[in-house]
Design a protein around this ligand. Structure first.
Ligand code: F6R
Length: 596
């Protein structure tokens, strides 16, 4: 997802702040970037493709400036070129706009604007926005109103941030992607406002935020701020919220990459996830028991947590739940009733497919429980009830610590449903303590050596059974996305129905095991692979002859999935690094996926 940043206020280093803000949004992934600073009466614009790199404040933005906007772009409409990078300007250069999302009817708008004499410099859908605002501004002379009425012409879901040099204002509007306002309050009152697509962009300067809701806009000149409904123009009250996590949690510390830091964070983050209010967990378990159908819905890694939860609910609580990827959920709307329950799971709390699933459920009158990491995110705010994962900020694109927190919470709920909450909590706390012991330097080194050994392999397969099956699928995602090695996960018993044909002499196959009833079956499946020449890497509490390599993981009973996925995360990290890839920012991926 694109990154948006803006500042207006008393500070005179708005260019430097903007560069810094963009760098703090880099983790979301991007292919080009741009900054516009008000320089006297005009705008100083710098854009480029590729990484922001070492751009220094004296090269750009070093001049005194108190109004800026900036953007990191993921190309959708128009290729990755300097011209297509945001900000885009209006005809007379007084309005600059950055944008996340898609203006679906941009071709039609562009044609009309051209007929009125507007010229376009890029191939983007975004460029119609500043031109349209310019047209609207001619009518009233009020910038905020011009942005509002321009928004009424756009089809699609978006977040936009517009700057106007004449009125010295920033105006932002959203109908989809997130926008958050940072309040720069000093001793003498308000010093300015930040507007960004994520909190780390301005966290260094303030931890007091206001969230813009869907269908709302905000306008500020750095002294005052007004929230309005886009459709009606009616003013909206807005609460200020203090962020509880700190800057250090959002930084890399001594680690080379966020991914490794976040893997290590799991020593504490899983325990934080487990530390839920017992009464709340029991209430949720009761709601699941009473619901006419419980649906677990998420995307990507979070969807694998839901799949694992299906086994947790079955094995621990003997309770049936339905699991679907959020992008498929709409097709099952017939099964939703007012007394059904939708449980959505999301790290970012902004995933478009999940939000869509929630809307489908709401239309049917069903209640929604969200298990979310980012407090104040759209999913958190739109759900009827939220459990926070409390993993702390996850900045590497690959999800690691959010997943283990999700698994822990879902398992805890399953135990509550079985009326064995205390036992579940004890098991999970023991598991977090094992996790702490396991993630030691020797363990990490062992996986680095294994990564070194298999780094040149083109294909890698992972098998699992029971909750280790979704973990095999998750293993494949983790390895694919950061190392670009072709990795696939299978239900172990499915091998003989097709995939085993892929195995050749030396093909590395990872076998996820637990000390459970699935063990004998999966060892037989590992034998089948070995008989075809596979190199077997066993992950689990016990060593077996069939393993060529064994990564020891403590025994954790029904919580085994939480521990088994951790060596995979470390292995994927080192595979990426050894293959010269940046695991924090995989190609073609964004941290939160706000488009369907
Ligand atoms: C993979 C990954 C993605 C996300 C997915 C859902 O490592 O991070 O597959 O899990 O895009 O995102 P959230 O959890 O933010 O809804």
């Amino acid at each position: 997802m694109c990154g948006i940043f803006g500042y207006v206020g008393k500070r005179t280093d708005a260019g430097v702040i903007a560069i810094d803000g963009l760098k703090n949004l880099e983790y979301r992934g991007y292919d080009s970037w741009g900054i516009a600073c008000k320089d006297g009466k005009t705008l100083d614009v710098k854009k480029d493709i590729g990484p922001i790199g070492d751009i220094q404040s004296d090269q750009f933005g070093g001049k005194a400036c108190s109004l800026s906007i900036a953007h990191t772009r993921w190309a959708t409409h128009g290729g990755v070129t300097q011209r297509n990078a945001h900000p885009h300007l209006c005809e007379d250069g007084t309005i600059a706009v950055v944008h996340n999302g898609i203006v679906e009817n941009y071709l039609e708008l562009r044609r009309d604007l051209k007929a009125k004499g507007h010229t376009f410099q890029s191939e983007t859908d975004t460029e119609v926005i500043p031109h349209l605002i310019e047209e609207e501004l001619k009518k009233t002379g009020d910038f905020a109103e011009a942005v509002r009425t321009a928004c009424l012409h756009f089809d699609g879901r978006y977040a936009i941030l517009a700057l106007h040099t004449e009125s010295n204002m920033l105006v932002a509007a959203r109908t989809g992607s997130p926008l958050i306002i940072g309040v720069d309050r000093q001793q003498n009152g308000i010093d300015g406002y930040f507007i960004a697509s994520d909190i780390p962009a301005f966290m260094k300067h303030t931890r007091v935020v206001q969230y813009l809701d869907d269908g709302e806009m905000v306008s500020t000149d750095g002294k005052t701020i007004t929230f309005q409904d886009i459709k009606t123009g009616d003013k909206r009250p807005k609460r200020e919220i203090a962020i509880t996590w700190n800057v250090e949690q959002a930084q890399k510390g001594d680690y080379e990459h966020f991914m490794l830091k976040e893997i290590m964070d799991q020593k504490e983050s899983v325990a934080r996830a487990v530390n839920q209010d017992e009464g709340e967990i029991r209430t949720i378990a009761e709601a699941i028991r009473r619901a006419k159908g419980t649906f677990l819905v998420a995307c990507g890694t979070a969807a694998k947590a839901c799949m694992a939860a299906e086994y947790f609910f079955s094995v621990v609580a003997e309770h049936h739940v339905n699991v679907a990827p959020a992008s498929e959920f709409k097709l099952f709307h017939h099964f939703l009733k007012p007394d059904s329950l939708l449980i959505v799971v999301s790290q970012s709390g902004e995933t478009a497919d999940v939000l869509e699933a929630m809307r489908v459920a709401r239309d049917k009158g069903s209640k929604v429980l969200a298990i979310v990491n980012v407090e104040g995110s759209t999913i958190d705010r739109e759900a009827d009830y939220t459990l926070l994962i409390n993993a702390g900020p996850e900045r590497a694109v690959p999800s690691t610590k959010a997943l283990t927190g999700q698994l822990a919470i879902l398992l805890l709920i399953a135990y509550a449903l079985a009326e064995r909450l205390k036992e579940g909590r004890t098991l999970l706390l023991e598991t977090t303590s094992s996790l702490n012991d396991m993630l030691n330097p020797r363990f990490v080194e062992r996986l680095e050596t294994l990564a070194e050994k298999i780094q040149s392999e083109e294909d890698l397969y992972i098998i699992g059974k029971s909750w280790n099956y979704p973990m095999a699928l998750e293993s494949a995602i983790k390895i694919q996305e950061v190392s670009y090695v072709h990795a696939e996960g299978f239900a172990a018993g499915e091998l003989k129905h097709g995939p085993i044909a892929l195995i050749e002499e030396g093909t590395p196959c990872i076998v996820l095991t637990g000390n459970d009833e699935a063990l004998q079956d999966i060892l037989s499946n590992a034998q089948e692979l070995k008989a075809r020449g596979a190199m077997i890497i066993g992950i689990g509490p016990k060593k077996f002859d069939v393993f060529d390599e064994w990564i020891k993981v403590p025994e954790a009973g029904t919580a085994q999935a939480i521990l088994n996925i951790i060596p995979i995360q470390v292995l994927a990290y080192f595979l990426a690094v050894k293959r010269g890839k940046n695991p924090d920012m995989p190609r073609n991926l964004a941290k939160s996926v706000t488009v369907k």
